[in-house]
Design a protein around this ligand. Structure first.
Ligand code: SF4
Length: 357
């Protein structure tokens, strides 16, 4: 079983953000917490292999607010579980990390975005590079070695030299996992409203390639389009999104998938507080989604499993797409996998898969 819990509060709002999040408000948080616990108590759990507290900023909650949520899940963890909490450096104290470790949380995903003060400032981030280093040290001091950070590229005024500095700093930290995303200008974000121009596509492509080269040269495995790890330290939770598994999504802002059917929750925090959890099932195309998600990864699509699950014949049905992208898609050991060149044009390839579906 894989479980995602959405904690939709942030102490401040970043300029690029269009996620489901609300500025921290203590009285709203208390009402939200009651509804969240009510929702958790209405569900049954067994053998949770991966548990993910995402947001928003879960680490912005006080330990006393987080504790009743934590206690609900502890009895159901599988033996070899992975339990991640997303944190922002400015909200993370030594005391919080110590408690996370005591509770059994064993993976930290730290929102870093950049190590450079001027870029952090442009993004509206409230932490300094020193805060980041301090948090990583606290995690290690308390025995949490499985640390991932998020970085961004394609940022306003960011040069290749800036990117290189961020990559160098990441490599010096010797962390097991990195997620690295290009900036998307979302219309409802602060950047979108300010009319900030997106990164030049050629520069963005060069940056993607630079990241890939630097990290793979340093021994990291690119196991997904935006994810790198060392020594097989994959995000096991994220793998469930990419390998066509079901997952339970809890809390407003969370999506889930049961028997291949996707659902969202109430579209606003106010609605969630007023009415409690309401799942809204959304139209989806599970066979196509399985292709779309698995091709993001270096493991690709398990062709035989897909054929059996969906009673179809992948190679026969998509022969024109496979032929058109012969240099970008390979079938090897029963799996359809993107080559590095294919990953760079994955969206284009997926349009063809969709048209042939
Ligand atoms: S911390 Fe994350 S969720 Fe919160 S505003 Fe920033 S980007 Fe959005």
């Amino acid at each position: 079983m894989h479980v995602y819990v959405h904690i939709p509060f942030c102490d401040s709002i970043c300029a690029y953000c269009d996620f489901f999040r609300y500025k921290t408000n203590t009285s709203m948080q208390k009402k939200w917490l009651n509804r969240l616990l009510e929702e958790i108590d209405s569900l049954s759990f067994s053998s949770i292999e991966t548990l993910y507290f995402g947001g928003g900023t879960p680490s912005s909650l006080s330990n006393s607010m987080l504790e009743p949520i934590v206690k609900r899940f502890q009895p159901y963890l599988a033996q070899n579980y992975e339990w991640t909490i997303e944190c922002n450096p400015e909200t993370l104290t030594q005391q919080k990390i110590q408690m996370y470790a005591q509770w059994g949380i064993n993976r930290i995903s730290l929102g870093v975005q950049s190590f450079q003060p001027s870029i952090l400032d442009t993004l509206g981030r409230k932490h300094t590079p020193e805060d980041i280093f301090q948090c990583i040290q606290y995690c290690r001091d308390h025995g949490i070695q499985n640390i991932s950070i998020d970085l961004m590229y394609g940022l306003p005024k960011q040069t290749m030299a800036d990117l290189q500095k961020d990559l160098d700093t990441f490599l010096r930290l010797d962390l097991p996992h990195l997620s690295i995303y290009s900036l998307q200008i979302e219309p409802h974000s602060i950047f979108g409203k300010q009319g900030i121009a997106p990164c030049d596509p050629d520069l963005e492509a060069d940056m993607y390639e630079k990241i890939r080269q630097e990290l793979t040269n340093a021994g990291y495995e690119q196991y997904e389009i935006s994810s790198y790890c060392k020594n097989g330290m994959y995000s096991r939770h994220n793998l469930c999104y990419w390998d066509d598994s079901d997952f339970v999504g809890i809390g407003c802002g969370a999506s889930g998938r049961i028997h291949g059917k996707r659902y969202d929750h109430n579209s606003s925090l106010q609605d969630y507080i007023q009415h409690g959890s309401i799942r809204e099932y959304v139209e989806s195309d599970p066979p196509f989604e399985a292709i779309m998600m698995s091709l993001r990864t270096s493991f690709g699509l398990n062709v035989q499993a897909w054929n059996q699950k969906y009673h179809r014949d992948f190679e026969k049905e998509y022969q024109p797409v496979l032929k058109k992208y012969a240099n970008d898609l390979k079938i090897q050991n029963g799996r359809c996998v993107c080559t590095p060149a294919g990953l760079e044009i994955l969206n284009t390839i997926l349009v063809d898969f969709l048209e042939d579906s």
